[in-house]
Write a protein of this length. Structure first.
Length: 103
């Protein structure tokens, strides 16, 4: 929930990044996933306007932040359309996440 994400950002378990212009153009939320063999920088949420204009800046920021925290990969789950937008900056589609609520 939004409340959970706010709490996690305040406690620094997640990070909120905002692309500013005259007004906010977009934002994304990340979390460092720590595993015994490697760390991953996970993009939990990503959205906004005119993403192609600030995509490379966001990618550079993710790479620098990930490197600073010993992450080996940046990962994100998203719809098929992200593949086209991210392909030329070396993101590869590995999987798509599907889920079903248990009732």
């Amino acid at each position: 929930s939004i409340t959970d994400i706010k709490s996690a950002c305040k406690s620094k378990d997640m990070q909120l990044w905002v692309k500013e212009g005259k007004q906010a153009k977009g934002a994304f939320v990340t979390k460092i996933a720590q595993y015994p063999q490697k760390n991953l920088l996970c993009v939990i949420l990503l959205g906004g306007n005119e993403f192609n204009e600030w995509r490379d800046e966001a990618d550079a920021l993710l790479n620098a932040f990930g490197k600073q925290h010993n992450c080996e990969y940046v990962e994100l789950f998203g719809r098929k359309g992200w593949g086209k937008v991210l392909k030329d900056i070396d993101y590869k589609e590995v999987t798509r996440l599907f889920a079903k609520e248990i009732i």
